[in-house]
Design a protein around this ligand. Structure first.
Ligand code: PLP
Length: 395
């Protein structure tokens, strides 16, 4: 083996406009080169405490059990499933996209009996269907996705949460792509458990999964008949490390915690409401531009999330070839469709530090140019002026 084969790691500077990872704020990358210390060093324990406090602020919760799990958003999802479900439990899982499907698969693997409430991909879940499923009785949880990143649909949360509570089930919310970019009000909405990921609107690299559980959810775990099947994701053990006891469980990914703390600090300094407003306005501006280009957006307007937009690929266009050209010629990354939308949509994210006006202009210009090259009528001028108008109108 000749080591010369492997050059130094050179990053191809990209403009990350997919559904995650987003481009981290330079201050976050800077925080990651802070020297690594021991995971029980008092200096690091302070960093953990800060991260916890900032996470509570992000989730708008006072929940004691608020931690960052070591792993990506899916680890947060699995944490909620394996801690809250036991074999034989009934779980109502809402599925209107790829991430709802993933929740259902994880719930099944715990040995729970899953009752699936479906809506077509591109539509929200109807709370009346959730209530219908709960009427069968005995459901331990109702799990649903806030922003279904595979479709760009934003699910109204409160009605499903209160329905779950009325039937004695815990509500579990996937806030992976919404946290940090849209209001996620855990306490006000009555959500019992929620999880997210560091690399979407929070603006850190992938690697940590914020999770928060209220006391009702903690009590459910305390009353389990058997131990949590996953030792690594067992919240009763994790709580002893993040809490007062500081009992060693696994080595915290030190540099990632630095990054998440900095990302949260930067976000809190911007102001949560200002940050949500930035995402909302730029998301609407992007969507206005895409529509003016003649493209069709998948989600109905009233359920359209600002942070990720699914756009239908025009007939006869090879969607992967367009993405390849955006990457090769402009350095812009967007994503294709997942699951049943594979080949049919592009997914464009405006998350965290990536969510900037200059990126909206770049994307509309580059996509318009590529489409015109392929013989699709797409006016960049019209797209840019519609987008600027929407931004100015602020609606
Ligand atoms: C990205 C995402 C996930 C999975 O997160 P990973 O970090 O890829 O493991 C789960 N749910 C939603 C809604 C997501 O957008």
């Amino acid at each position: 083996m000749t080591v010369e084969r492997y050059g130094e790691l050179g990053s191809a500077a990209r403009i990350l406009l997919g559904p995650g990872p987003s481009e981290p704020d330079p201050r976050v990358m800077q925080a990651m080169i802070t020297p690594v210390v021991g995971h029980l060093d008092p200096a690091f324990l302070n960093v953990m405490n800060d991260t916890r406090d900032l996470l509570r602020s992000a989730f708008a919760t006072a929940n004691r059990l608020t931690v960052a799990m070591s792993g990506t958003g899916s680890a947060g999802m699995e944490t909620c499933m394996v801690n809250l479900l036991e074999p034989g439990d009934r779980a109502v899982i809402c599925v209107n996209g790829a991430f709802g499907e993933r929740m259902a698969e994880m719930a099944r693997r715990t040995g729970a009996e899953t009752v699936i409430v479906r809506a077509p991909w591109g539509q929200p879940i109807d709370p009346a269907d959730v209530e219908e499923a709960l009427k069968q009785g005995g459901a331990k949880i109702v799990a649903f996705v806030h922003v279904e990143t595979s479709t760009g649909v934003c699910q109204p949360v409160e009605e499903i949460a209160s329905c779950a509570r009325a039937y004695g089930a815990l509500s579990v919310l996937d806030a992976v792509s919404s946290l940090g970019g849209m209001p996620v009000r855990i306490d006000e909405w009555g959500i019992d458990a929620a999880y997210s990921g560091s690399q979407k609107c929070l603006g850190a690299p992938p690697g940590l999964a914020p999770v928060t559980l209220n006391d009702r959810a903690r009590e459910r775990i305390a009353r389990r008949k058997g131990a949590v099947q996953s030792w690594y994701l067992d919240l009763t053990l994790i709580e002893n490390y993040w809490g007062e006891a500081r009992a060693y469980h696994h080595t915290a990914p030190i540099s990632m915690v630095y990054a998440l703390r900095e990302a949260l600090r930067v976000a809190a300094a911007e102001g949560w409401e200002a940050r949500f407003e930035r995402h909302r306005r730029l998301g609407r501006a992007l969507q206005a531009g895409l529509a003016a280009m003649g493209l069709e957006l998948l989600a109905p307007r009233e359920y359209r999330a600002p942070v990720v937009t699914a756009v239908r690929v025009p007939d006869g266009v090879d969607e992967a070839a367009v993405r390849r050209r955006l990457l090769a010629e402009y350095g812009i990354e967007i994503a294709g469709g997942l699951g049943e939308l594979k080949g049919q949509v592009w997914r464009i994210g405006l998350m965290g530090y990536s969510c900037r006006w200059r990126n909206v202009v770049l994307l509309l210009s580059a996509l318009g140019a590529v489409l015109r090259d392929l013989g699709i009528q797409a006016s960049v001028d019209e797209a840019l002026s519609a987008s600027a108008e929407a931004l100015a109108a602020g609606d």
